[in-house]
Ligand binder design. Structure first.
Ligand code: NAP
Ligand code: ZN
Length: 364
């Protein structure tokens, strides 16, 4: 994981020297509101000004960023003569910023972006304001892929941010819904990482630590009260660890399937994963009865839980009423999801019928 990570209160300003080597002018990439509301934009601007650096602002990244939006940001980086990118926000602005940083240096047609070889990018300084995606430490940018009717990842080592600044204060204003959804996303990264064919002793160690930290936050997330700063710090720590896991392992079928719920039903990314999570893990547990490496017991041990029903009950509390899809929709989602490359990344490879069964049990 080549990203240099700094964390703690006021870590952007405290470590502003790191930004000096990135050049004279930044393109700051954000969503419409959260970077301003969270204080991360003001802190980045303060650090840049103290360094004598200037910036242009692109603040139009929407949730589930489109290819058009990324190209627009890349154009602004080029026309503004920016030498680096500061990415502030949840996964959507960070992913858009990373892709724009690459497209600022490499000429690619919009239609060819998902197959493009991106070998270089402007350096990126990433500042997460949600605790979920881990995009601040991954080489992935997930973009809406209208041609394929889903979301697809653009992946290249050049997309790893140069720096990540983790300041949990920026997550303080997240409402319960987004906090829960993004925590579930982080949990699914760590768990899917343990189920990846690319899992290693090292990625498993990070994953177990991440899972245990998130499990420790579940009682606070399930309760109706406010979410304290200690919990928020733990969630940010855990989500970055989980990002480090998937940077090494990739994700599996939960993500491949979840993208269809987000694309077609506008369900938040983390929630989409959460809806599918229990039945996906039960599918793995069932198949693992066939001799081979058994990973569900290791995941349950990290969670501190006895069985998957216990996890299912916790997720049910967090998710509330489930969205429902009709059978014809689910057939189509299974048909599209089976083509995703994350499917073959799992120790137990699901086929189309398996995906359909998981979809049906989860949201049928
Ligand atoms: P998001 O789409 O970035 O943001 C969701 C909402 O939260 C937006 O309305 C955003 O507002 C708001 N928000 C963000 N930070 C806030 C704060 N501190 N206070 C109040 N509101 C805040 O959500 P996300 O779950 O973090 O990211 C999801 C995206 O990341 C998806 O596209 C997913 O596919 C991708 N992803 C990427 C990776 C990776 O490795 N690269 C991994 C997993 C998921 P604004 O619009 O105003 O910013
Ligand atoms: Zn995710």
């Amino acid at each position: 994981m080549p990203t240099r990570l700094v964390m703690g209160e006021d870590c952007i300003f405290e470590n502003r020297d790191l930004l000096i080597g990135l050049g004279k002018k930044a393109l700051i990439v954000t969503g419409e509101n959260s970077a301003k509301a969270s204080g991360s934009l003001a802190d980045m601007v303060k650090a840049l000004e103290a360094n004598g650096q200037t910036y242009a602002l692109y603040d139009k990244v929407m949730s589930n960023p489109t290819v058009d939006c990324v190209f627009e940001a890349a154009e602004l980086a080029k026309s503004g003569g920016c030498s680096f990118v500061a990415a502030l926000g949840g996964g959507s602005p960070m992913d858009a910023a990373k892709a724009a940083a690459a497209l600022a240096l490499t000429k690619v047609e919009k239609a060819g972006v998902f197959g493009a070889r991106l070998t270089e990018a402007l350096p990126v300084a990433a500042v997460p304001t949600t605790a979920g995606t881990g995009s601040e430490v991954t080489q992935y940018a997930i973009l809406t892929n209208d041609a394929a009717g889903t979301k697809t990842s653009v992946a290249a080592p050049a997309l790893f941010p140069r720096f990540a600044f983790l300041d949990a204060r920026y997550t303080a204003g997240l409402n319960r819904n987004i906090t829960v959804n993004t925590a579930i996303d982080a949990l699914s990264h760590a768990v899917e990482g343990m189920l990846s064919v690319r899992a290693s002793a090292l990625s498993d160690a990070l994953a177990r630590e991440s899972i245990a930290a998130i499990a420790g936050c579940l009682p606070v997330l399930e309760a109706a009260g406010t979410i304290d700063m200690d919990t928020r710090r733990k969630l940010l720590y855990a989500s970055t660890l989980a990002g480090m896991v998937i940077a090494n392992t990739g994700t599996t079928a939960v993500h491949a399937m979840g993208y269809l719920l987000t694309y077609n039903k506008n369900i938040d990314h983390g929630r989409a994963n959460g809806l599918l999570f229990t039945h996906f893990l039960k599918f793995i547990e069932e198949k693992e009865k066939i001799p081979g490496s058994r990973r569900i017991p290791a995941i349950l041990s990290a969670l501190g839980m006895q069985n998957l029903d216990e996890l299912g009950r916790s997720l049910d509390k967090l998710l509330g009423t489930r969205e429902k899809c009709i059978p014809a929709e689910l057939e189509q989602y299974a048909e599209t999801a089976i083509k995703a490359k994350n499917i073959s990344n799992c120790v137990i490879r699901a086929d189309r019928e398996d995906l359909l069964a998981i979809f049906t049990k989860s949201v049928g």
